[in-house]
Design a protein around this ligand. Sequence first.
Ligand code: NAG
Ligand code: NAG
Ligand code: NAG
Length: 774
Amino acid sequence: MGSSRRMAKPNLHPILCLLCLLSPRLASAQNPVFACDVQGNPTLASFAFCNRTLDIDSRVKDLVGRLTLTEKVGFLGDKAGAVPRLGIPSYEWWSEALHGVSYVGPGTHFSSLIPGATSFPQVILTAASFNTTLFTAIGKVVSTEARAMYNVGLAGLTFWSPNVNIFRDPRWGRGQETPGEDPLLSSKYGAAYVRGLQDADDPNKLKVGACCKHYTAYDLDNWKGVRRFTFNAIVTQQDLDDTFNPPFKSCVIDGNVASVMCSYNQINGKPSCADPDLLAGTIRGEWKLNGYIVSDCDSVDTLYNSQHYAKTPEDAAAITIKAGLDLNCGTFLTQHAQAAVQAGKLGESEIDRALANNFATQMRLGFFDGDPRKLPYGGLGPSDVCTAENQGLAVEAARQGIVLLKNINAALPLNPSAIGSLAVIGPNINVTKTMIGNYEGTPCKYTTPLQGLAAAASSNSKITAVAGCQDVSCSANSLQLDPAKAAAAAADATILIVGADQSVEREDFDRTDLNLPGQQTVLVQEVTKAAKGTVILVIMSGGPFDISFAKNNDKVSGILWVGYPGEAGGAAIADVLYGKVNPSGRLPVTWYPQSFADKVPMTDMRMRPDPSTGYPGRTYRFYTGEVVYSFGDGLSYTNFNHRLLRAPPDQVSIPLEEDHQCRKQQCGSLDLHDGWCQKLAFDLHVQVENAGNIAGGHTVFLFYSPPVVHNAPRKHLLGFEKVQLRPKEVGKVAFNVDVCRDMSLVDEEGKKKVALGSHVLHVGNLKHLLTVGV
Ligand SMILES: *[C@@H]1O[C@H](CO)[C@@H](O)[C@H](O)[C@H]1NC(C)=O
Ligand SMILES: *[C@@H]1O[C@H](CO)[C@@H](O)[C@H](O)[C@H]1NC(C)=O
Ligand SMILES: *[C@@H]1O[C@H](CO)[C@@H](O)[C@H](O)[C@H]1NC(C)=O
């Protein structure tokens, strides 16, 4: 109660305050939700499902065996039913923790007891750090704060994050939530973040449960009236296997994720949540998910009511559960699964299977172990949330992700003592909520760009702040050029902070073009023309923009992309501008020109180009057209040199059996073979030197270009590693390349192959030719 009194700020209206005391959302310390409270109810101790010494399978079997069919179907929805006679309270499965504990799912909320949580940069910026250690470190902080909130009744234990869909099209409103366009980076991000969230070496334990979503080929929300709820993604087996599915596979196999969420859309005419090949076949069968498959909210209702994919609600319930769905975000299965069983469309054993997957996950979380405050993590509470250390990691993540795209005549970093006056101009100069993107929570506190710059500038320098337009939509009516130009004309340096926010790109809202919104381009151009000193352009956005006008304008000396940089983004931006931090982020997506959006429909899912129609293909792996900036671009305030220390062999010979047909005739590629795949690996060591005078981080990318066969990617990332080097320091990065794992292709039918012929390995400007023969 004491803490709810803390809410009552003296300036609050008395009626509002009465409301806030009555509102359950603002209630003070509560108890966590858990089953098997043997202290409170000793009879529960005799139930085997409450017995912590038994193995999970036996406990699950015992529990399922005690339930009636009516009770069972109550466990198929995100708001799982209570069974008081067994000491099981209702549990809300839906919480979110994309880049910090979020209030978006109904399972989690903030109160006076824990009013906010650490809000990390939006994922697209964190991904730009290319630092897998950082991905895991963030996940651990988020799960610590989540457990702390669970212990006081403010959060669930199951978080439907991360989003590992490939950022296929630059217009996608949810691209900001993802690690970008590259399957390897997305796979590494997904597995690393999941490992941080779940934070358990024992596969039978989970700190919290993560969920990789949205499976699969989901990357269109609402584009010119085409909506995700009814969109039928036409996808080739090849694109599915080498682009859309790898991050999910890595989540399950490398990350041991506790859940996969199926998406709204159809894939080649079948809703993903009703496709037995995708669910039972691939996720459960091939990848061996240890956990539950959940539908998006509310995919089952959508495939029935909007897609008309099933004749009756009972059919919809039966096909999804039979396809392998275990949990339905929404109420559709809770309402219709029992009737489906009674109509003979669905076996009760199928429901038992779904429940077993759900309960086993809750057992691993300790939900059936009694009072969690007496268990591991039980000591976590409000003082573990928004700690200085956690907030420090949020600033650090933004620093590591920010990408320097242009820096002519070493305009950056700015020298604070040489700048007597600074003009800070643009609609994003002093934003708060914009910095945390979507799937956000209430942050601990904000440091806006203006606040960050004011703190970093020398004490006697003068800052003039001018928004220039009312907000990012920057309508012609709200454009105020004169004060902006006057400020720039008088200042030693001008920093323009422009870009987007959720009104421009968001869930259920894709962009239709790639230009800066509204009159922002005019603002940038006019201010640049009027400016007396150095002009630096800062783009705050999730998705990329065509800013070639600024790239090609010599008066714009520097360009930074800062993503949505999180609660303390303003501090990180200032650190980079003033050189306290040397930028080391690299673009996780291609920045296309506007002509791409004019010519390519967002609905065309094909990754590969089609020269016969002029279709240019997508992402750095396939796209053949001009770019504004490329995947992997990003400058530093120092220079790095590469040297090949240990080169791969020039030739790899595959030991085929005597009578193999490819010994007699020329073959373009070979099917992978367990026998020889074991032996085909080599090391590649790269020496990296920081040739400049300041310390910096540098990501070494190992790309390869396979021979032209099976519509293979032109170029493909097969490894990356980031190093930190002091001035003149020399470091080494070692890659172990396994030909079958890293250099194989997926052919047109989805079969894994090794291409025969010349493969080019690239590291920076270094190239190495490797011939694979028989
Ligand atoms: C829990 O299971 C163990 C192993 O079967 C058994 O020895 C123990 O008696 C059980 N505890 C209770 C309270 O039933
Ligand atoms: C910047 O934003 C902060 C936080 O919302 C606010 O307190 C401050 O007054 C703003 N500064 C300017 C110059 O608008
Ligand atoms: C990666 O991130 C971690 C955590 O912030 C940091 O300690 C480490 O120095 C980073 N690595 C590189 C190479 O920047």
